[in-house]
Design a protein around this ligand. Structure first.
Ligand code: 5GP
Length: 189
């Protein structure tokens, strides 16, 4: 998506050749006009699939997921990071290793909100090693709902997550795919 690529070139900051900071427009200060265009693009790609739920993970996926949900006219669920174990069995739960913090989080979704018969679209801001997305895929599989695919804002295609998730048979649509990046230059696929 040209608009997002141009914005990354203009306002993205590359840290240590590995982290792309986009907090001027995506995950700290948020440009809602840009989010609306991103939501329209995911709606164009996944519109025919009759999505009934959008699933994301806290925190930075929530903003884009909410704006996208308006296009799909469906609720957003965000997987919550928690330290409490699932004892009573009322939640689906999985473990996700955070790319940016290096910590492992238990993430949960209440069984009330994901059910067989749902058609679920995953949305997240970044795809790097794929741990966050794999966790969301696992939650959907536990629920018996149908996984329609994943809409990602920025995929760092030089990291293994995209291949990993696609090899699970999941349709991944990334609006910007970064082929390589350093302090001076960002190249898209
Ligand atoms: P993964 O689980 O695919 O390794 O990483 C995905 C998560 O890590 C995303 O939800 C995002 O919050 C964070 N992340 C990964 N790479 C980057 C990056 O280059 N920049 C930012 N801002 N967040 C990232």
């Amino acid at each position: 998506m040209k608009l997002l690529e141009e914005r990354i070139r203009k306002d993205g900051i590359v840290v240590d050749n590995e982290i792309l900071k986009v907090d001027r427009f995506l995950n700290h200060q948020m440009d809602i006009n840009l989010f609306v265009e991103m939501g329209k693009e995911w709606a164009r790609l996944f519109g025919p699939e009759n999505v009934t739920k959008i699933l994301t993970i806290e925190a930075s996926g929530i903003g884009i997921a909410c704006v996208a949900a308006e296009q799909f006219n469906c609720p957003v669920i965000f997987a919550k990071k928690t330290k409490t174990r699932n004892i009573a069995g009322e939640v689906y739960s999985t473990e996700v290793k955070s790319f940016t913090h290096g910590t492992v989080n238990q993430v949960i979704v209440s069984k009330q909100f994901l059910k067989p018969g749902d058609k679920v679209l995953l949305i997240d801001d970044f795809l790097a090693n794929g741990a966050a997305l794999e966790g969301l895929v696992d939650l959907v599989r536990q629920s018996g709902a149908e996984l329609v695919g994943a809409g990602i804002a920025v995929e760092k295609a030089f990291q293994p997550g995209g291949d990993r998730i696609r090899s699970l048979g999941v349709r991944v649509e990334s609006l910007a795919r970064v082929k390589s990046m350093d302090n001076e230059h960002i190249e898209f696929c």
